[in-house]
Design a binder for this molecule. Structure first.
Ligand SMILES: [Zn+2]
Length: 399
């Protein structure tokens, strides 16, 4: 860990800062194993006599962790509050970092490092409360849920949710610490992402008419997606509670062709819809497919084996709870703010919500600082998160 020469005064308790440093110190980029971090947390909780339940991915390279601090009456299964965070982070590849990304470095009134805002600080501050929660005793269970593969489509948490349901654990509510500026968030957009593969027909570029140019076909579909994006932007539907108050469409990756003098045979591109919870993403995909189908006759006239294919990459449902539930009220009491927010990024909230667990999002930092080089979080946000946890403790503790 990087010990700065002179630490500025921090409102954070040492235990929380230490815990953040420990979690950020594990490189848990989504493509890699997260077991180092998971085993470390398991051992930390084990030191307090708390047993962790791990649920693994198919290769047993990654795991979710679920652990319960029992209520004083022995209850471990009902009426609990889940504190939930994903352990994975997005890659730092090709990003210009000024500090080692997998170290939490204090810089003035900020903490810098991959995952400090998205979203290891929340999990760390929550975990640092364990000794205090146990000392004060709990009136209702507190659960910790740490997941893998959130950044690549909320994959891991589905197994965690299935596992706790199978074991008869029925929490009353869940707080997910995605960066919300410590505002209580009760809705987020849904996300669908897809890969489109255009198979054309290769030819010498002097003989374009005997080929099917996969790059050009793909770019027509990409342009159609851009038109859809403009339509949502200009005509809605709108929900002003979101920072981006309409459904967005975006193409993020495109690959095609091998050389300028060859009519390209293949082109693949990845695109996504981030839709208002009230909107139907299936209908959006159907619209794109209908457009793609209009391009096929010209392609097939040259080569009947050409095609356009769409494969789903990920699906995170939208989430809309309107805030009218106990966990939203609890969040409001703990955050001290009276209004509820909505956010444009997806999260695991929808999956907990759809499994019947009332869910809010409330975590330190802001999504604009996530996924960036020199990802940072303000110490003030961390202090607000710690204060939130303190008020939560007052709500759930016996003394
Ligand atoms: Zn996140």
């Amino acid at each position: 860990m990087n010990a700065p020469a002179a630490s500025p005064p921090t409102p954070l308790q040492d235990a929380a800062l230490k815990m953040i440093r420990a979690l950020v110190g594990f490189d848990t980029t989504s493509r890699d194993s997260n077991l180092g971090l998971i085993h470390w947390v398991r051992d930390y909780l084990g030191g307090y006599g708390i047993v962790s339940q791990l649920t693994f991915d198919d290769d047993r390279r990654k795991a979710n962790l679920f652990a319960t601090l029992p209520a004083q009456d022995g209850n471990t299964t009902t009426n609990g509050v889940v504190l939930s965070g994903h352990t994975d982070v997005v890659p730092v590849d090709d990003q210009p970092w000024d500090t080692p990304p997998f170290e939490a470095t204090l810089e003035g009134n900020r903490l810098v490092g991959r995952g400090v805002t998205d979203m290891k600080s929340f999990s760390a501050i929550a975990l640092a409360q364990v000794p205090m929660l146990l000392r004060r005793g709990l009136r209702r269970p507190v659960h910790f849920a740490l997941s893998y593969d959130e950044e690549v489509g909320c994959i891991g948490v589905r197994r965690l949710i299935a596992d706790i349901a199978a074991r008869g654990i029925r929490p009353a509510g869940c707080i997910i610490g995605e960066p919300s500026g410590m505002r209580v968030v009760v809705a987020h957009k849904g996300k669908r992402s897809y890969r489109c593969h255009v198979r054309g027909h290769e030819a010498h570029s002097a003989l374009t008419v005997s080929g099917v140019n996969a790059v050009q076909v793909a770019s027509e579909i990409v342009s159609f997606l851009a038109q859809m994006a403009r339509r949502f932007r200009d005509r809605g539907p709108f929900d002003a509670a979101y920072e981006v108050p309409f459904t967005t469409v975006h193409t993020g990756v495109i690959r095609g062709g091998t050389a300028l003098n060859i009519v390209p045979r293949d082109c693949r591109f990845d695109f996504e819809f981030r839709h208002l919870p009230s909107e139907d993403p299936e209908a959006m995909l159907a619209e794109v497919k209908r457009f793609a189908a209009t391009l096929l006759p010209e392609m097939h006239a040259v080569d009947a084996s050409t095609y356009i294919e769409f494969d789903p990459l990920s699906a995170t449902p939208g989430f809309e709870s309107h805030g009218g539930n106990e966990i939203a009220e609890l969040g409001r009491r703990c955050s001290g703010s009276s209004d509820f927010g909505k956010v444009s990024f997806g999260s695991e909230a929808a999956l907990f919500h759809n499994a019947g667990v009332q869910t809010i999002i409330c975590g330190p930092g802001h999504i604009a600082q996530a996924h960036q080089p020199n990802e940072w979080v303000a110490l003030e946000q961390l202090a607000l998160c710690e204060a939130f946890m303190g008020r939560l403790a007052d709500q759930v503790c016996a003394t």
